[in-house]
Design a protein around this ligand. Structure first.
Ligand code: ADP
Ligand code: ZN
Ligand code: ZN
Length: 804
C-alpha cells in the first residue's frame, strides 16, 4: 500500500480524511500518529486506513511517524469513524477521545527576524517593537507577542512584516508538559556532628530517622515525631539531616486503608442474574457470537455492585478485562473502594483531578495491560483496555454520560458500539433505568435482569415508607415554614434518637431570585437571561450559568423602589432555616459551593459518616450512591424544582431523583422513612416514586412518549445557533429551517419534522443569543450529514439536555 488516509488535526478537516503518499522506506500502519503537511503547516494526524490508490490525484508525502506503536487499534479506528458519522463531529475530535492525554498538542507559531538584520527605520512603533522582540536567538512564539500587544494587533502587524520579508514564520509542536511526580523526602545525612545539641523534638526526629532503612516522606516523619519544618531545617543546616525531592510512582488508589474483600455468597435473585451474565461472557469468550447487552434493574441496595464485582471476576477468569463507568468519579469514593478492595492493585482510576502527566502515565499502564479493571466517568470508555470482555455502566440513566460539547456522544451508546466491535458484554445497571433503555429491554434488544428486593439491612428488607405531603394543605393550615408539620416532626424525632437525616433540595444559594415588590422586576444576569441568586456567604448575587457576581443593588434598577424582596430557597437558605428551626441539631451542607481544595466530597462524606452532624443538607450530590446505615430519614424539600422544567423528560428526571434520594434512607437495621414535599402530589412521577413502583411509572411515561412521538418512538436532533445579535440569530435559524424543509422535499425523506425556530429556554447565555430547531424523525444523522452548517451552529444528536 502506497497511500494512507489520515485524519488531520485541523478544524478545516471536518469529517473527512486526507490522502498522503507513504515515502519509500517508511513503514506506516493504521492507528499510528504521523506528521503531515497541511497547507503551509505541519500537523499531526492519525492514519485511519491504507490504500493502493489515493482519493485525489495530487498527494504530498507523510513527513514522519510520531510513535511507532499505533495509538488506535482497528476497533477504535472504526469506533472513531462511527462517532464522527453518527454525532456529526469532526473526525479528529472523535479520534482525539482515544489518544493518550496530552498528546493533542498544539502547533505553536514561531517568529524570527530575517537575516541579515533588516533596516527598521521606516517602521512604526508597534512594528519596531516586534522586530526588537524577535531578533534574539531561536525566534519567539507568536503567543508572546499576542500577550503583549493583543491578539488582533499582533496578528495584523506580524502579517505585514512577513509580507515585507522582514520576519519569517515557522511551526513547531508545543512541548509536552508531562512532569514526573516528586515528593519531599527526608533522611539522615552523613556528617553527624554530635556537637550540636538538638531539642527534644529534633532528637526524636533523628531517632526516628535512624530507625528507617532509607529516605522517608517528610510528611510522615513530621506526623510521627511532631518536629516542625523550622526545627528540621535547623538540623539540615547543621548537616545532620537532608531533604530531597524523590520521584514517586503514583498509586491511583491509596491502599493503606483498604482491606481485601472476598465474594459474598449470592442470594437466589443475585445468582440468577449472575448466571445470565456468566453465560453471556462464556459465549463471547468462545468467539463468534454477537455480545449481549444486559439491563440490570435492581432497587437501591439490592446488591447490583456485588454483581458487577463477581461478573468482573468471571471476565478476569476468562482472561478478559473490564471497564466500569460511574456517573461522577469524585462522588463515588465508596464505590471505588469496593472495587479496589476486591481487585487489590488491579484497578486503574481515571480522574480529572490527576495531572496531565499522571493521566498519561495511567493511559500507558492501561494499554500495557496492567489493570483488570478501569473505573472512570464518561470518557473512561475510551481507555485503551486490552482484551476487553466486560463493560459495566452503573446508574446508566444518568445524564452525565452524555457529553455536552463536540463530539456530543453518549457513553452508553458508544459502549454498546465498542462492545460490538470488540466482542465484550455490556451490563447497564440502574434502580430507575432510562425509559429508552427499558423500552429496548422490553423489545428484546437488551436482556432484562431484575433484582426486585433489597439485601440490606437484611434479605428482602422493605424499602422505606414514603409520605407525600401536599404543601398547599400546609399553607391552608397556616404553616408558612419550608418544613411541613410532618417533616419537622420526623426531623425532631430522628435527631432525638441520634439518628441521621438527609435533606435534599436541588438548588444552590440562598434566595434563588430577587424581585421588586413594586414593579415585579426580577434581577437578571447581564449576559444570560437567568435570575441572579443571592449567596449568603459574601452577601453577593451570582449567575448560576456564567458565574457572574455583583453586589446587591440598593434599589430596583427598573423603578428605583427600595422594596427588593428575596424569594425562593436554595441550600444556603435552607441551612439557615435548619439552624433556626432545629437549633439542637448539628448540620452540614454538601453542594458545589462548599467543595474546594480544602474540602473534598470525600471529606464531607467522611465527616457525616463519622457522625459529626445529624443533618446533611444537599443538592443532587446527596442523591448519589450514599450508603450510610444510620440515615433513617430523607426529606425532599421540594419535588417540584425539576418537575416544572419545559422538557419532555421532566417527569422521568423527577422520578429518578426522588427514587434515588429515597434510596438513601433505611439502609441500616433502624429502617427508614422518606417525606416528599410538593405542590403537585397527584403527579404520576411523584406517586410512582412514593410507592417505589418503576413499572407503573414506566407504563405512564411510555404512553406519553408514544402519544407525543418522543424518544424512543422517534429520534431527536437539536440544532442551536448562537449569535451576539438576536435578529441575525433568528434570521439564520429561519434560513436553515427553510433549507432543511427544502432538503426533505427534494430528497424525499419521509417522516422528519422540524419544530421551530424558537428561542432556547435560556435565550441568552454568556452574552450570546440562541435560537434552536428541533428535528424529529429517524435516520437524522444520515439526513443532516451532507448539509453544510456555517460557524455558530451546534448539532446535538439524541440530545439529553433540552434546556441549556
Ligand atoms: P446496590 O448497588 O444495588 O445499591 P450494593 O451492591 O451496594 O447494592 O449492596 C448493598 C449492600 O448489601 C452492600 O453493603 C453489600 O455489601 C451488601 N450485599 C450485597 N450482596 C450481598 C449478599 N449476597 N450477601 C450479603 N450482603 C450483600
Ligand atoms: Zn421595581
Ligand atoms: Zn450569567
Amino acid at each position: 500500500m502506497r497511500y494512507a488516509e489520515v485524519s488531520v488535526n485541523s478544524p478545516v478537516a471536518q469529517r473527512r480524511t486526507f490522502s498522503y503518499a507513504i515515502p519509500s522506506g517508511m513503514a506506516v500502519i493504521p492507528g499510528q500518529a504521523v506528521m503531515v503537511p497541511f497547507g503551509e503547516r505541519e500537523l499531526q494526524g492519525i492514519v485511519m486506513e491504507l490504500s493502493p490508490h489515493p482519493a485525489v490525484e495530487d498527494t504530498r508525502d507523510i513527513i514522519s511517524i510520531i510513535d511507532n506503536k499505533p495509538f488506535l487499534s482497528p476497533a477504535y479506528i472504526s469506533l472513531a469513524r462511527w462517532i464522527s458519522d453518527y454525532y456529526l463531529s469532526p473526525l479528529f475530535d472523535a479520534v482525539a477521545l482515544m489518544l493518550p492525554p496530552g498528546f493533542e498538542r498544539k502547533t505553536v507559531t514561531l517568529l524570527s527576524a530575517a537575516k541579515p538584520a533588516p533596516d527598521v527605520s521606516s517602521l512604526n512603533e508597534t512594528q519596531r517593537r516586534i522586530m526588537e522582540t524577535v531578533s534574539g536567538e531561536g525566534g519567539v512564539e507568536l503567543k508572546k507577542l499576542e500577550r503583549a500587544l493583543g491578539k488582533k494587533k499582533a496578528a495584523a502587524a506580524v502579517s505585514q512584516l512577513v509580507r515585507q520579508g522582514l520576519i519569517a514564520r515557522s511551526y513547531e509542536l508545543e512541548s509536552v508538559r508531562v512532569k514526573p511526580k516528586t515528593e519531599f523526602y527526608i533522611c539522615l545525612s552523613g556528617s553527624n556532628s554530635e556537637a550540636a545539641k538538638p531539642t527534644p523534638r529534633q532528637a526524636k526526629l533523628i531517632d526516628f530517622l535512624r530507625g528507617q532503612t532509607g529516605p522517608i516522606p517528610w510528611a510522615a516523619a513530621r506526623e510521627a515525631t511532631g518536629c516542625s519544618r523550622a526545627s528540621a531545617d535547623v538540623l539540615a543546616k547543621k548537616g545532620m539531616v537532608a531533604f530531597q525531592q524523590v520521584e514517586v510512582r503514583r498509586e491511583p488508589i491509596s491502599y493503606e486503608k483498604i482491606v481485601t474483600s472476598y465474594p459474598l455468597s449470592l442470594t437466589s435473585d443475585q445468582k440468577a442474574v449472575f448466571n445470565a451474565i456468566k453465560t453471556g461472557l462464556g459465549r463471547v469468550a468462545g468467539g463468534g457470537a454477537s455480545p449481549d447487552v444486559f439491563l440490570l434493574q435492581g432497587v437501591t441496595g439490592s446488591g447490583k455492585t456485588e454483581i458487577y464485582l463477581q461478573a468482573l471476576a468471571e471476565a478476569v477468569r476468562l482472561g478478559k478485562k473490564g471497564i466500569v463507568l460511574v456517573p461522577e468519579i469524585s462522588l463515588t469514593p465508596q464505590t471505588i473502594e469496593r472495587f479496589a478492595s476486591r481487585f487489590p492493585h488491579r484497578v486503574a482510576v481515571l480522574h480529572s483531578r490527576l495531572s496531565l502527566g499522571e493521566q498519561y502515565d495511567e493511559w500507558r499502564r492501561i494499554r500495557g495491560g496492567e489493570f483488570d479493571v478501569v473505573i472512570g466517568s464518561r470518557s473512561a470508555i475510551f481507555a485503551p483496555q486490552p482484551d476487553l470482555g466486560l463493560i459495566i455502566i452503573d446508574e446508566e440513566h444518568e445524564w452525565t454520560y452524555k457529553q455536552d460539547n463536540s463530539p456530543h456522544y453518549h457513553a452508553r451508546d458508544v459502549a454498546i458500539k465498542l462492545a460490538e466491535l470488540t466482542g465484550a458484554v455490556v451490563v447497564l445497571g440502574s434502580a430507575t433505568p432510562d425509559v429508552e433503555s427499558y423500552h429496548r429491554a422490553k423489545n428484546g434488544d437488551y436482556k432484562l435482569l431484575e433484582l426486585p428486593e433489597r439485601v440490606v439491612p437484611s434479605e428482602g428488607a422493605a424499602l422505606p415508607d414514603v409520605e407525600v405531603v401536599d404543601m398547599r394543605e400546609e399553607l391552608k393550615a397556616g404553616n408558612r415554614s419550608i418544613f411541613s408539620r410532618s417533616l419537622a416532626e420526623a426531623i425532631n424525632e430522628a435527631v432525638a434518637e441520634q439518628e441521621q437525616v438527609i435533606l435534599f433540595l436541588n438548588r444552590r444559594g440562598g434566595s434563588t431570585f430577587i424581585q421588586c415588590r413594586r414593579c415585579g422586576f426580577v434581577l437578571r444576569c447581564r449576559r444570560c437571561e437567568v435570575p441572579l441568586a443571592h449567596h449568603i456567604a459574601g452577601d453577593i448575587l451570582t449567575c448560576h450559568q456564567c458565574n457572574y457576581k455583583t453586589a446587591i443593588p440598593q434599589a430596583c434598577p427598573n423603578c428605583s423602589s427600595r422594596q427588593l424582596k428575596f424569594l425562593g430557597t436554595g441550600t444556603q437558605k435552607l441551612e439557615q432555616e435548619v439552624r433556626y428551626t432545629f437549633p439542637r441539631a448539628r448540620h452540614m451542607r454538601w453542594d458545589s459551593d462548599v467543595i474546594s481544595r480544602e474540602s473534598s466530597h470525600e471529606d464531607i462524606l467522611n465527616r457525616f459518616r463519622s457522625r459529626q452532624a445529624e443533618i446533611l443538607i444537599g443538592t443532587q450530590m446527596v442523591a448519589k450512591g450514599l450508603d450510610i446505615p444510620s440515615v433513617t430519614l430523607v426529606g425532599v424539600i421540594s419535588a417540584d424544582t425539576s418537575l416544572n422544567l419545559p422538557d419532555f423528560r421532566a417527569g422521568e428526571r423527577t422520578f429518578q431523583l426522588l427514587s434515588q434520594v429515597a434510596g438513601r434512607a433505611g439502609r441500616g437495621p433502624l429502617g427508614g422513612r422518606v417525606v416528599i414535599q410538593t405542590f403537585s402530589p397527584e403527579h404520576y412521577a411523584i406517586q410512582a416514586a412514593a410507592s417505589h413502583d418503576y413499572a407503573s411509572f414506566y407504563e405512564q411515561e411510555i404512553e406519553h412518549r408514544r402519544q407525543l412521538h418522543n424518544p424512543p418512538f422517534s429520534q431527536l436532533a437539536r440544532l442551536v445557533f448562537t449569535h451576539t445579535n438576536d435578529a441575525a440569530c433568528q434570521r439564520e435559524a429561519e434560513r436553515v429551517k427553510d433549507y432543511l424543509a427544502g432538503e426533505i422535499d427534494t430528497r424525499g425523506v419521509p417522516g422528519i419534522s422540524i419544530v421551530g425556530p424558537a428561542p432556547t429556554f435560556i435565550h441568552r447565555l454568556r452574552g450570546r443569543f440562541r435560537w434552536q430547531l428541533m428535528l424529529r424523525g429517524t435516520g437524522l444523522s444520515a439526513f443532516l450529514s451532507p448539509i453544510p452548517f456555517p460557524q455558530g451552529w451546534t448539532i446535538d444528536i439524541d440530545p439529553m439536555n433540552l434546556i441549556q
